[in-house]
Each structure stands twice: as C-alpha cells, then as structure tokens.
Design a protein around this ligand. Sequence first.
Ligand SMILES: O=C(O)CCC(=O)C(=O)O
Ligand SMILES: [Fe+2]
Length: 324
Amino acid sequence: MDELVELPLINIECLLVDESGEEASETLDALVKACEGFGCGQLVGHGIPVELLAKGREESERFFKSDSGVKMRVKRSEDNARGFMNDELTKNERDAKEAFDFGKDCGVDVDGVNRWPEELPEFRRSLEEYFSRVEELCWKLTKILTTRGLGLPWDSVRSLFEGHSSFCRVNYYVEEFSQHETSLGIQRHTDAGFFTLLATNGVPGLQVYTGDGDGSDREDKAWRTVKPVEDALCFNVADMLQVLSDDRFRSILHRVKTETSDPRLSIAFFWNPSPDIVVQSVTDPVSCSASKYKALSFGEFRRKRFQGDFADVGREAQISDYLL
Ligand SMILES: O=C(O)CCC(=O)C(=O)O
Ligand SMILES: [Fe+2]
C-alpha cells in the first residue's frame, strides 16, 4: 500500500467550550484552512464519548454479521430509501459493500422512513443515541463555520437547517464483496449535503483525490489513502457548503478502496439542509449578492442524486450543473 496521507488534525474542544476565546480563534483558522485546502480534516476533542463510538461500531458489526434474513427484512425499496442495502450504485457502478441508512424521519418523498431490525434493539438504541449527539455537534460546527468562518448571518444559515434531512449511513466493506481486484468499496463521488462526519473502525480504505481532473483514472497516483486516526471524526466539506461558500471551501472527491482482509466499517453522518430550501452562493453577506451558482433546490438536487444511486440513469447530478 502506498504511504498513507495524514489529513490536518484539529482539536475542536476549545471551539466547542468557548468559541470566542483566543485559543478558539486559532482552531477556527485551522478548520477554515482545512476547508479551503483538501476540504477535509480529522477532528478530535469532538465530545462524542469514545464508549458510544465503540458501541456503535460493535452493534453495527453485529448487524452486518447477522443472518441474511435479519438484513433482508429491513432492505430498502424503491419507495423507501432507508434500511439495509447491498446493491448501491455510485457513478452507475455497483459498490463492493453493504450499508444501512437511518436518520431524521422527514417523509418518504425525501429519503424515506427508518426501519430497524426487531432482533437487534441495541443496534437501534446505540445508533439513535449516536445520531442525536452528532446532530448537536453539527449545529455547533455549522454556526462557527458559517458565521465566524464565512461571515454569514446566523439567522439565514439556521433557517437552512430547520427541518434538516440529515441521515447516517453505516458502511461495511468485506473483501469477498469485491468482484474483481480493482473493485471499489464506493466509486468516486462528492457528498451532496453540507458536510460529513465519518467515524471508522480504523481499517484504512478512504481515498481522497488530490489531482486536478475528475478522478476517473483508477490507477491515478493522485488518489491517496487517508491515515485513520483512532476515535477521530473525519470531517469533509460537501456540495452545499461549497456552493454557499462560493467555491471557497471545497467538496472533496473521494472513494473507498480497501486493500486488507480486515473488514472496514464506517459510520457516515451526512449533515444535510432541509429539503425545501434553496441554496445559493453568497459573496457579500451584507447585500447577499450571489456569485458563481444559480439558486439550487436541495430537495431536487438530492432526488436527482438518489435516482443515480438506485439505478443507472446515466450521468449523476453535480453542482457544476448549477454554475452561472
Ligand atoms: O467509508 C468511507 O470511508 C467513506 C464513506 C463515504 O464516502 C460515503 O458513504 O459517502
Ligand atoms: Fe462520501
């Protein structure tokens, strides 16, 4: 395996305790720099108890190792995207993984409604608790990044998230899911929402694209595997934050390629705006004048992406489609 790339390591504890302290402003600078650079970093001091992280991983592993009947009874369907899946498509190619989605219940017309396996109550309990702790953290990070980082008024940003449509995806990558040597756990993509916080079991596999192209060449040396950091949350900018920041923050192109026989487990929390809002890039927070992007309905953007996840619909929706 090539040398692992270390993402900026940022201890956000002081930001969460007192966002206006001196130490906090250095941390904020580091966070903003990470958003402007690679578009990602490893967050420690995030306040999510390590016991909860461990429990979430343990219960998730129990779920994926369960009889296929347990998993298939909560399999997602075309009219409800939540639940178990072993048929995910990214960029119209089948991903070599299994996954389980759950989140805020915001109606079947957006992402669907949760379904939990009755046989595993602790799986549900620990992941619901994880969700609510991370949700709280996302509110805090959003406020800090958009008001102090981008200089935007909190009232207008907050309104983007009232009724947010965030969800969690637990990913499980096992060697035998790969159909051939070059199979990817997840094909290259950017995340559609605002930002993503990713917990993992420490088995490497996440790769970030450091080149200028669209990352379509699989052998490209510009794909670098991220060095996992124990109990950190890997943070990445997603598409709506790139739009809102008018391309100042970058939504990083990433994929998963596991190269060991150890299964990789990840729990991705996709912090997503509410489906009925419109996002537009803002260059001047006072006049709120738009710059690079046309107004973009998040609900419509998500729906277009989701159609691509489920079936081959040709090209996947990208934020570049909305450039002015
Ligand atoms: O498992 C990972 O490391 C990344 C997961 C991911 O990119 C996703 O679910 O969108
Ligand atoms: Fe992703």
